[in-house]
Design a protein around this ligand. Sequence first.
Ligand SMILES: *[C@@H]1O[C@H](CO)[C@@H](O)[C@H](O)[C@H]1NC(C)=O
Ligand SMILES: *[C@@H]1O[C@H](CO)[C@@H](O)[C@H](O)[C@H]1NC(C)=O
Ligand SMILES: *[C@@H]1O[C@H](CO)[C@@H](O)[C@H](O)[C@H]1NC(C)=O
Length: 490
Amino acid sequence: MKFNRNFIINLLVIAINQLPNARGVKISESELNNFKYGAKEFTMAIIGDTGYTKEASQVMNLASFDALLHLGDYDYKCEPDSYFTKILGSNRKYKFFGILGNHEDAGECGESKYHRYVSNINYQMKKNTGTSCVFSKYKTMWSCVYNNVRIVGLSPSISKEESRSSQLAFLKKYLSESSEDWKICAWHYYDDYYHTGKYQKNKNYVSGDGENFYDYCKNQGAIIFSAHDHVYARTHVMSKFSKPVIDTYDYDSPSNIVQIRKGATLNILDAVGGWEVYDEAGKHKNFSHWIKKYARGSNGENAKKYGGLFCKFNVGGNNKKSYCEFKRINSSTSVFDSFTIYRNNDPKNIAYDKIDSRFLSEKIAAYQAKKSGSSSGSGSTTTTTNNNNPTIKTSTNDRCGSSYGKCPSGKCCSKYGWCSTSNDHCDVDKGCQTKYGILITTSIPYSSSNRCGSSYGKCRNNECCSRYGWCSNSSSHCGSGCQPLYGRCY
Ligand SMILES: *[C@@H]1O[C@H](CO)[C@@H](O)[C@H](O)[C@H]1NC(C)=O
Ligand SMILES: *[C@@H]1O[C@H](CO)[C@@H](O)[C@H](O)[C@H]1NC(C)=O
Ligand SMILES: *[C@@H]1O[C@H](CO)[C@@H](O)[C@H](O)[C@H]1NC(C)=O
């Protein structure tokens, strides 16, 4: 997606007005656009129930993408190699992630073909470069990290070797330890409320009567993809799935704005990749938690208009923003659905458009810092970098974080992994990554009391300065919200 010009200029005006130290600085739109900042952008295609038809290839040609997440059903004829040789081809440039559908199941095609499907998927995933995956013993579940996304792929009710409870345990293990910005849960089947009705009796396929898989993913803020029912359907942002509850903040935002966080997410049913499009049926199609649905019409409309979802992650470098389009073939209006996903941890206090303007001010600050060199202004200030981990290598290119290392002495590591000395990089509340570089300004005077902060000064006795400006060594003062400019933090 390209930003609309007026939109970005408006944002720029807002951001510049908000920046305390941006007075008099002129930055052109093109200068800023040429300055790459933040997390790497990439596009993921999410497509299900394709078979290996020519339409399946046409769907994949609807957009360019860096990674493909296939939601299962690679063919409907028990030919385990066909999709992988005819559709994926041998010299694909994109990453491939695939889960098992019911048409790969042993019940459908017999044991040996089932194993062949599993090993074909596994082989393709191991061919990826730049991804890091863990597979379960029988390879019917996996957890992969690709850029700043964690994807957990499961096969509840399909794998007989790995039970539903072991699938839930796998999900919990890999999702709870995920520190990636984006999280995705993917499985082929669905629970009762999350399909539009072709199979009226397929109840509770994913969660069974046990703990709800959807709600676990929601609690972690993961986006949920499922398939099997050959429709495309997107839910509202839900704060509960086991018995559907639409998130309060979803009512306040337009239908093309999706705000997710730990505790609220959406489910997308995405299974019209090239084989067949179903009608909707029964009570399921009427559920009010669907915000957008795509199916075959009663006169056969859409029957051949297959499609897939294309999501760009980290729009413009912003790791809190993604943009998705559901596109289809054989239609003059290719885009049927489009929406922006914001990771908004605090929708009560932060409007989603603030996420854009905050990111832009950070980008502008980083650009200014880069332009004016790394000096922090006042020549008399002595600075040191407080880095608690001497084993981390020092970055040489002004990037920082787990893959680059810590900033050189005197610079802070921003949330988005850039070394600089601006407040936006050094402020822990703005996500400064203290592990990879933080600034201690020694010219700040000591406080004469047990208060600290800009009007009091630094804590004495090597104590920590709390979020609210009190000195102490207690963990509540030294941890979250601790102000590194005014004392020790850990
Ligand atoms: C679904 O809603 C439509 C109208 O919105 C109604 O005609 C139909 O009877 C409903 N179907 C079910 C199964 O409730
Ligand atoms: C469907 O669209 C593809 C290209 O997207 C085209 O090659 C094909 O001929 C179309 N088929 C029909 C039936 O319109
Ligand atoms: C606070 O902790 C630091 C670091 O352990 C220590 O040097 C300092 O003496 C402590 N201050 C007080 C008042 O206990």
